[in-house]
Ligand binder design. Structure first.
Ligand SMILES: *Cc1c(COP(=O)(O)O)cnc(C)c1O
Length: 362
């Protein structure tokens, strides 16, 4: 072991991110409900735009992302100048930590919060600070109590992953109001597209100087494999993030596919409605089996079992049927399974398999 060549402090504290599984040994056809992907994939218009970019692959992409930013601005009614695009919202989260948090700085995330916040904070040399939630809901008072002169970033997802719960606009505004002056509130809106009529916090971003929103094409738009996300914030902050952003961080294929996807409102609305319909159906089917879940605002539900042993046994049973869901132990919810809302047939299969599991247990 070479003791002279060492990484920056904090890097070796990062546990490798575990993606949702996608294979089961011995099962050829699996149903993957472990990564909150859109079961229908991208819409026809996005697919066509993707295919067309093959003719441009020898050209460097634009560095200012102007066409995609304009499409996002027009669709969501936002200020074009204050949008930044990245390789997934993960990259925007990385930029925020890189630009605003370093040694001796603290980055707040919540008890069951998305694991990337902690990873990005550690990668930047900062100290992640975990704050408790209240019954799987972000607790604004607990976050405010954890703030200090060292707090530089506060990350919450709204709706949250893996709980699916949300806090209201007044609570988010109270959090932004109460932060110390040097801290930025980051509203991760990866699942905001699933909430009809919800702006993800964009209006709050417009009203304040300390709020940034992140969004993604990975969930509702069915483009997780392509890696496209964006952020919206005050001009000064977006300007800072653009300085750390690589000039060619997004390919022409990413940019043009995302543009077609965001302009295709019919497809987005159809996917949102279908998700809501099957989410209610699955939550009710599980509730009838004695498996509760919080009302989810996203494209998954978090099924709560009696204990860790039951959750593990059910997960093993589902796997044996080729159904892959997500254990939530890494999110400090060992008695839960997070189940992505698939298409109708997948939802029926998973409900059927859980019913058989419950019956076998007696
Ligand atoms: C899926 C997800 C994202 C999206 O990440 P991308 O890098 O855009 O694919 C961001 N935040 C949360 C909480 C998520 O669950």
């Amino acid at each position: 072991m070479n003791k002279t060549i060492t990484p920056q402090p904090g890097i070796l504290d990062i546990a490798l991110y575990q993606g949702g599984e996608s294979h089961v040994a011995g099962v050829a056809e699996v149903v993957k409900l472990s990564s909150n992907e859109n079961p229908f994939g991208p819409g026809e218009k996005a697919r066509e735009a993707f295919a067309k970019t093959v003719h441009k692959l020898h050209r460097y992409p634009p560095t200012d992302h102007a066409t995609l930013r304009r499409a996002i601005a027009e669709t969501h009614g936002l200020d074009f100048d204050r949008i930044i695009c990245g390789a997934g919202s993960d990259e925007i989260i990385t930029f925020l930590c890189q630009a605003y948090a370093g040694a001796d700085d603290e980055v707040i995330h919540t008890e069951h919060g998305f694991l990337m916040y902690r990873i990005s904070a550690l990668a930047a040399g900062a100290t992640p600070v975990e704050v408790p939630e209240r019954e799987r809901v972000v607790d604004v008072d607990a976050i405010l109590a954890a703030c200090s002169a060292k707090t530089r970033l506060v990350f919450i997802a709204n709706p949250a992953n893996p709980t699916g719960t949300m806090i209201g606009g007044n609570e988010v505004a109270r959090l932004a109001d109460g932060l110390p002056p040097q801290a930025i509130l980051v509203l991760d809106g990866a699942y905001a597209d699933y909430v009809e009529g919800f702006d993800g916090g964009a209006a709050l971003v417009d009203r304040r100087e300390n709020v940034v929103m992140t969004r993604t094409f990975s969930k509702l738009y069915g483009l997780g494999g392509l890696r496209i996300g964006w952020g919206y914030g005050p001009k000064e902050i977006i300007d800072v993030l653009n300085r750390v952003r690589g000039p060619f961080n997004l390919s022409t294929t990413q940019l043009e596919t995302a543009e077609a996807a965001v302009r295709d409102r019919d497809y987005a609305n159809k996917c949102r409605a279908e998700n809501a319909r099957m989410r209610v159906w699955l939550a009710e089917a599980l509730a009838e089996l004695g498996i509760p879940s919080d009302t989810s605002c996203a494209n998954f539900i978090l099924a709560r079992f009696h204990d860790q042993a039951e959750a593990e046994a059910c997960d093993a049973h589902l796997k044996s049927q080729g159904l892959i869901v997500r254990r939530a132990t890494g999110y400090k919810l060992p008695n839960c399974l997070r189940i992505t809302i698939g298409d109708e047939s997948s939802c029926r299969q998973v409900a059927h398999a859980i019913a058989a599991f419950k019956e076998a247990k007696g």
